[in-house]
Design a protein around this ligand. Structure first.
Ligand code: SF4
Length: 409
């Protein structure tokens, strides 16, 4: 059963009630709402899992967002609503589902044995995003994709404290299944994690974003255990493929502010898109980055060319008809993902690495999900020659963020 707040009980629901049509009631009401707002791609309606409806976290978000809301007993009620809209991928961004994570908050990043994996961990705080990038993997990852936040924060905290007690260095981030910072406009979320991480020396938290919402983090005692990370791309890619994201200038300004507050930083050139003049454009972004950020405060920079599961192609074609992204020279990789032809990837990596290395030779640059041949031909070495990629990244985190050196194997 769906319980609604008074404000959104419209004519359709009254009609359904009069007919005693309990089975279809929620669908009739909410479909109307979603259709009306689908172009804005912002949450317009809240759905609240009845098991957490009375919690202070939900109260805080309700007070902040002041949106119509429904309390539901089963997530499938909302998923069915989204599935039945004409564009579920857009509709999933117009609702916000507050629920609890009934599984593990901490997960290992799902790498594959075919490509060099970095041993990253994910702090699974929620799913999906209010921004809208054409290439976003999340469009085809969840069925259906729905903006949802897990509000049982104390369970996450318990898992983190347990993780801190182990004799290992952990790099963990909230930005794998969502953007790390979209939630902080509605609730103090990342601030909680930053404070928690500040009290230990075994782990670093990476907050990865395409927003520029950093003011809430100005006065937090972080002890450099949080790394603020930005996905960077060229002005052309941002303007044509990244709807609703912060401009390059705003991202760099946000990074500069975080640096001035003592935070360590990371940058991800991912996805690198190959197009005419792309080398010139990415070189310009790299130059702009180092004109505002001191390389000594950068823990790592990753490079990753555009790759996608085949099913994403038709989604991009349908939702972003002007995008030329799906029409590059792609071949299927051993993990089933489409990638640019390997010589093209190597050429792109060589060029961008050289530009970074010339300005900031001490900054650790790594590839996300590439094989030894790409490493060797692009950088002249493989991670194994430096103890493995996990060790390389752990060591950089240890040095920049003052983690315990004895934990490096
Ligand atoms: S910012 Fe990240 S999570 Fe959000 S739509 Fe873009 S790629 Fe997806």
């Amino acid at each position: 059963m769906i319980r609604c707040c008074d404000r959104i009980v419209g004519a359709n629901l009254v009609f359904a009630l009069q007919k005693g049509d309990d089975k279809h009631r929620p669908y009739i009401v909410v479909e109307t709402k979603i259709k009306a707002v689908k172009d804005s791609l912002r949450p317009q309606t809240l759905y609240i899992d009845s098991t957490i409806a009375d919690t202070p976290q939900v109260d805080a978000i309700l007070n902040q967002l002041r949106l119509p809301y429904h309390i539901i007993d089963h997530s499938t009620q909302l998923y069915d609503i989204i599935h039945n809209t004409t564009d579920p991928i857009s509709s999933g961004k117009t609702v916000l589902f507050l629920t609890q994570n009934k599984g593990q908050f901490i997960k290992k990043c799902p790498g594959t044995s075919y490509y060099t994996c970095c041993g990253y961990h994910i702090l699974h705080i929620g799913t999906y995003c209010t921004m809208d990038c054409s290439y976003c993997i999340l469009q085809s990852y969840f069925h259906p994709p729905v903006l949802q936040l897990f509000v049982n924060f104390s369970d996450a905290e318990r898992e983190l404290v347990d993780m801190f007690s182990k004799n290992q260095i952990v790099r963990i981030g909230t930005g794998e299944f969502t953007d790390s910072l979209i939630w902080d406009q509605w609730i103090e979320l990342s601030s909680q994690w930053i404070q928690l991480f500040s009290n230990q020396t075994h782990a670093v938290l990476e907050l990865k974003t395409k927003t520029a919402h950093v003011l809430p983090f100005r006065n937090i005692e972080h002890r450099q255990k949080t790394i603020f990370a930005w996905s960077l791309n060229t002005e052309w890619v941002i303007a044509t493929q990244e709807r609703g994201t912060a401009s390059l200038e705003d991202r760099l300004e946000a990074a500069r502010q975080c640096e001035s507050w003592g935070y360590k930083l990371a940058f991800h050139f991912d996805p690198i898109i190959i197009y005419e003049d792309f080398e010139k454009d990415y070189t310009s972004v790299i130059n702009r980055l180092f004109s505002v950020i001191n390389p000594h405060n950068i823990v790592w920079i990753s490079l990753g060319t555009f790759r996608f599961m085949p099913q994403l192609k038709s989604i991009i074609q349908y939702r972003f008809p002007d995008s030329t992204l799906p029409y590059g020279e792609f071949i299927p990789g051993v993990d089933g993902k489409m990638r640019y032809f390997k010589p093209l990837r190597i050429q792109a990596y060589r060029k961008l690495y050289q530009v970074i290395h010339d300005i900031a030779p001490g900054v650790l640059v790594y590839f996300c999900m590439e094989d030894d041949e790409v490493w060797q031909q692009s950088l002249g070495y493989t991670p194994l020659q430096h103890g493995g990629l996990k060790r390389m990244l752990d060591k950089s985190a240890m040095l920049h963020c003052s983690l315990e050196s004895k934990l490096i194997s």
